[in-house]
Design a protein around this ligand. Structure first.
Ligand SMILES: NC(=O)c1ccc[n+]([C@@H]2O[C@H](COP(=O)([O-])OP(=O)(O)OC[C@H]3O[C@@H](n4cnc5c(N)ncnc54)[C@H](OP(=O)(O)O)[C@@H]3O)[C@@H](O)[C@H]2O)c1
Length: 434
């Protein structure tokens, strides 16, 4: 039981942007509740950011200021360093490394850092008996790390999949609702602050892939392996695909999927068509969702806000409360030196159905050629849609397949793309039947 006489947990916060300022505010507003829950106060003793003069809406006057977060991490006076700078290298990585080397616990929201260096960081921290906690790094306010690592600790998890990037989900939702194209909706999202000025990490799937690599490690007890994630973003999804998806009974989502298969661990991020009836299909806008398939608990769904000052601060402070209470688990659920690497299953062996959209010249024999290219790779077609006829002109043709292997599908698409009657590169979206 917590002892109310315990000294405060002293923390130093590196990074005072959206999340850092949010954490300071939450700690102030909820100070009494937090003390009640952990039996001690959580006291911010030092902070670091780039610009000392910036108004962050929080009073920093009583806190020690450091221009250099690494110097702050090295100094005595704090029990724990909160890293909220971001990035897999540079000051964020050095701050975390220095905190651990000097015997301090670490709480971070930095998925890029953990996706690339997570296993090494966990090993170093655990060898010194220190905690590295990162609830905020995946799906912001959703307690998915604790959900998997603690809530489902008695299960063998065979799959986690989810909507892991709110910016992409917002863009796809807007495209569906308004019929507008990607570029236009992205510009709006940037104006509204839902997308960064440089949106590539989000829209190209990298951010979701960072989170997926972390989730896979926690779910399967494997070392974090970002390099094994197959990544495709949403730039190629076109407004017209939403109409066809609707007609076929699907919604389009950017999903991260990690699955334990006989061939090894599959990790992939790409646009998917999911049946409208799948719970994840109705998670719209900036919301995130994660589904875990566990052998005893069965299917578990988590939904919530994946970003923003409040939800992300909530996750960061939950980790601080754990450390303040003295409650700790191995970083990724299994001690870092016992994380067992499993083979990674290549994208070419993905099995499932496919949606394909082609722009072809409307003339005799073209459809037969497409069908032949599929047949030659043993790809069996399920549905075929051609809206209207326009002899001699370009017309869109849409088809879906039965379950087939990615390698066969790619070969068939390459053959189809090479035909002079096919006017644009084929657009393909994988269908996931959850
Ligand atoms: N925003 C979200 O909703 C969200 C959700 C989940 C996870 N995260 C993660 O949380 C972390 C922080 O994100 P954020 O949105 O809060 O970022 P942000 O608003 O850009 O804030 C970054 C902070 O780091 C400071 N900083 C940058 N370089 C520094 C350096 N060399 N030395 C000292 N401080 C430096 C900046 O200082 P100045 O303010 O002086 O420029 C700023 O205060 C990232 O890892 C991000 O991926 C964010």
């Amino acid at each position: 039981m917590p002892n109310s006489q315990q000294a405060p947990l002293k923390i130093a916060v590196a990074g005072l942007g959206t999340v850092g300022a949010g954490v300071l505010k939450l700690l102030e507003v909820q100070a009494d509740l937090i003390e009640q829950r952990c039996g001690r106060r959580i006291e911010v003793v030092a902070v670091s950011a780039r610009s000392k003069g910036k108004d962050r809406g929080v009073d920093l006057s009583k806190l020690r200021w450091y221009d250099d977060p690494v110097a702050m991490a090295a100094d005595g006076g704090a029990d724990l360093v909160v890293e909220l700078i971001g990035g897999s290298e540079g000051p964020a990585r050095d701050t975390v490394a220095t905190a651990i080397e000097t015997g301090k616990h670490v709480v971070t929201a930095n998925k890029a850092l953990l996706a690339v260096h997570g296993t090494e960081i966990a090993r170093k921290a655990e060898s010194r008996g220190l905690a590295v906690a990162f609830e905020a790094a995946v799906a912001g306010g959703i307690p998915i790390i604790k959900g998997l690592r603690e809530g489902l600790a008695a299960n063998r998890v065979t799959e986690v999949h989810g909507i892991l990037n709110g910016t992409c989900n917002y863009i796809l939702t807007e495209m569906r609702n308004t019929g507008r194209d990607f570029a236009e909706v992205l510009a709006d999202a940037q104006a509204l602050g839902y997308a960064e000025a440089d949106p590539s990490f989000d829209v190209d799937g990298v951010d979701a892939a960072h989170k997926l690599a972390i989730l896979a490690s926690v779910a399967f007890g494997t070392p974090v392996d970002f390099s094994a994630v197959h990544i495709e973003g949403i730039r190629q999804v076109s407004a017209v695909d939403f109409d066809y998806a609707d007609q076929l009974g699907f919604r389009i989502k950017l999903l991260g999927i990690a699955r334990r298969t006989e061939a090894g661990i599959e990790q992939r991020v790409h646009p998917c068509m999911v049946p409208k009836s799948a719970p994840i299909a109705s998670v719209d806008g900036v919301f995130n969702a994660v589904v875990a398939q566990a052998d005893f608990a069965d299917r578990v769904l988590f939904v919530g806000r994946g970003a923003g000052a409040g939800p992300t601060a909530s996750a960061v402070v939950a980790d601080l409360i754990d450390v303040a209470r003295g409650r700790s688990t191995p970083t990724f659920g299994v001690p870092a030196d016992r994380l067992g690497a499993l083979a990674s299953s290549p994208m070419e062996s993905r099995r499932g159905a496919y949606y394909v959209r082609l722009m072809v010249v409307d003339r005799p024999g073209v459809i037969a050629d497409i069908a032949a290219a599929m047949r030659d790779q043993n790809v069996s077609m399920e549905q075929f849609l051609q809206r209207g006829r326009s002899p001699g002109e370009a017309v869109p043709v849409v088809l879906t397949t039965h379950d087939t292997e990615e390698a066969a599908m790619q070969k068939a698409l390459a053959t189809i793309a090479a035909r002079d009657s096919v006017l644009e590169p084929p657009r393909m979206i994988r269908i996931e039947q959850f």
